[in-house]
Write a protein that binds this ligand. Sequence first.
Ligand code: FUC
Length: 828
Amino acid sequence: MMIKKFVLIVLMGIPLTGACQSDLKLWYQQPATNWTEALPLGNGRLGAMMFGGVKRELLQLNESTLWTGGPARTNANPDAYSNLLLTRNALFKEEDYAKAESYIKKMQGYFSESYLPLGDLLLTQDFVDTVTTAYYRDLDIKNAISTTCFTIAGTTYTRQMFSSAPDQVMVMHLTASKAGQLNFKITSASQLIHQSIVISNNEIGFKGKAPSHIEPDYIQSNHPITQQDTLGCRGMRFELLIQATSNDGTISSDTSGMTIKNATEVTIYLSAATSFNGFDKCPDSEGKDEDKLAKDYLKAASEKSWQSLLAAHVADYHHYFDRVSFHLAASAINTDATLPTDQRLLAYTKGAKDPVLETLYFQYGRYLLISSSRPGGVNANLQGIWNKEIRPPWSSNYTTNINAEMNYWPAEGTNLSEMALPFIDFIKNVAVTGKVTARQFYHARGWAVHHNSDIWALSNPVGDMGSGTPAAANWAMGSPWLSQHLWWHYEFTKDKKFLHDTAYPLMKSAAQFCMDWLVDYKGYLVTAPSVSPENNFFDDKHQRGSVSIATTMDMSIIRNLFTNVIAASETLGEDKAFRDTIVAKRAKLFPLQIGKKGNIQEWYKDWEDPDAHHRHVSHLFGLFPGQEISAIKTPEFAAAAKKTLELRGDGGTGWSLAWKINYWARLLDGNHAYSLIRDLLKFTGRTSINYGNGGGSYANLFDAHPPFQIDGNFGGISGMTEMLLQSQDDEISLLPALPDAWTGGHISGLKARGNFVISINWDHKKLESTRISSLSGGICKVRTACPLKSNVFRIASEKTDHGYLTTFLTQKGKTYDLVSAATDRKTE
Ligand code: FUC
């Protein structure tokens, strides 16, 4: 009953002017003319970019499992290992980095496969009159529904669309305010080789088989697309079905499309599926029955009304989205709040203060994660699930030297733990292929993953046996970095069964790889060969190089894994002998170094940077996402990290800006973090690749590397979260990096390590009150600028050099309200 009532409100509540805007809508006064203005919808699997054209509505469609290729080959490069000793000799004995680079190139394997666009759906609508008024389109991220409406010759036309997770279809509902005014044709297209299907008068579609391989966009090739499966076991089948229903108009179909005449209300159901059946199954011979899947989803959905599908969709979406609300004091606003989102973004780019746009951006990131990563599905790729290119930038694959992990930085903290599950499944898969890679390439135990992967869980260094850039391709730290997310999932959920059954065995196996990969050198354990993603150095002879030993990032990632493995084994109370070995190994790892400029050294030696402003700042891994460098516990390293960031500068690609927001938040410098939020929200229209300082946002608030990469959206909101709440080092820090621009506000529902749900109210930059719900019980230690008080339960507040630490014992399932002593005094 409640849900029905709510749906009616949603349907009737279509605002026609900016004045009735809710804070949680992206809205525009004109259709999208290019892809980065279109609005993304998704249920984790089915994605659409809705353009909102008047005469020509374009929906660009995706299905998250539609990739080229088949299971990763196990014979990637049998000769790789013979070059390892040669590389190490070049590094240790000759210090000849060019030579090391030439050997390491012989340790490369296949390129990854490519994520594909499914196709387009076009609605071509006939109007006698050409004058359009009251045009409006939006994406309501509170309900995950997009609306386009406009008026022509006195008739208002409305199209609403969503992608339903419970019903596994996308649905569009079209209405005309005057009877019988809907006259349009539905056609479909795809860049993939396909055949049209006409099932009945009101059901059409297409099906086909994906290419067996597509070369990455950065490889020069006259024939980049290989359709034929010459290797066997490559190329998945796909199918799209489109059904329309109307209770008054007529519907007819032929191979050219579907025609709807004289209707007042039409519902279009879109169903799609592929034969993908897991990373290790031949997608054709062992594939799923995509025809049955697509038909079954469609049949079940089309038996339900638009209203009931919408109600189920909204209820399902609210279950996740509503956990967090975020408001910033509107007093700081000096922009025209009635402006549409694109103009608001432009005003912001010119310097307007707009906290509402900032909170919209935050919630939009959560919307994008819920829409691109659902339990049981595949993890969000470089573009989430939204890609229109047959040869997308970087194959729209997984890049594990930052991008794939950054996608999941906000998952736990913004209370979307379930959305991390597809990433955990991906980690389980690469741990399987990674075992073969570790053994074949390095004769090592455990699992190894390099910088690129795909839906088939590719783990070898890419480069087709020598054409990859070693600074990217031969980075071997994928398994220890990915393992961090297993530990995080445990820390935030306290799910001991998950720790025991899933996380610990994978973490331990990654640690075994690291143990075998590390080499004794001058009393330390070092990695060799070693790169610092995707940067170069000038060596002692001023020769440019990229392959050396013991880069800071390598050592920090391994230290982080070893620390987490030790904690995990202690928590489980098992595997003491292994833990002792890891404790001993950790003590011997080559430590962090402070260089002559007062910065954290990136390389084993204090070498110069050919590109001082390089977008990667991987040597600060220990600051974030690691926790080795702390403004409170290791102030010298924190000062060196700050110097590093100053030397590197603020510029960068979208994800680089996003990472820096997290860095400055960990350095407790809210104003610097905030200035980078402003950079990340700088409007750009550029879509060609720019490795320099071009990072920003498109009109649809997608992150611009450029081109579009979704990592910046996710990394950006992780940084915003870190400014308001941190929970590393066994304490919860409230408002650790609050910028002056966020004078007052309220955020509720964030998660902290220990499985606490936190709400925070602040005013005049001072904490007023906090509510802490303890989902697992246990000690809660909170750091704040002023002591916290409670009249109902016992707490102890202790003054430290960095604010007050308040400690109390929580019971599982209980909620605790605390006020700041400063606020308390004010009200007394
Ligand atoms: C890494 C980055 C690039 C880009 C690519 C997908 O290689 O260095 O900037 O984000 O991943």
